[in-house]
Design a protein around this ligand. Sequence first.
Ligand SMILES: [Zn+2]
Length: 144
Amino acid sequence: MTALPDDFAEERAAATERERGTWRERLRARYPTWTSGLVRGFEVGDGWREVAEDFCRSLDDRLGGEATCPDFRLTQVKQKFGLIRIYFENANSKSLPVVEQVIRCAEDRSRTACEVCGEPGSLIERRRYLRVACPAHEHVSFSL
Ligand SMILES: [Zn+2]
């Protein structure tokens, strides 16, 4: 049996390279099955490291580990309209309410944590672009 071609091979390789040696790589290694659908990896700033790590840990605790939900996949973890956004597929009727609740919790936390450094921050608009920043990073251009 041959493996299906991976339409996202290039994006996966780029993400793997970008995340090498970072907390993102370690987090993916801790949850290899659930994060295998993250073609572009964890697309959030270092300030949201704890938000991302706690999100995965809560999911793990509440769903009973990857072996209990082997089909569940995170598909995107990124910033959109200023907050962390987490997309997934293959939740079942039992896991869906838990997943949705844990995601809401992560979104709420991202609303008050600077995406650059993790210090208390607020949602600001700069050049028509929303993001959460602390006073020190309000005027700092930021990209991953
Ligand atoms: Zn900051």
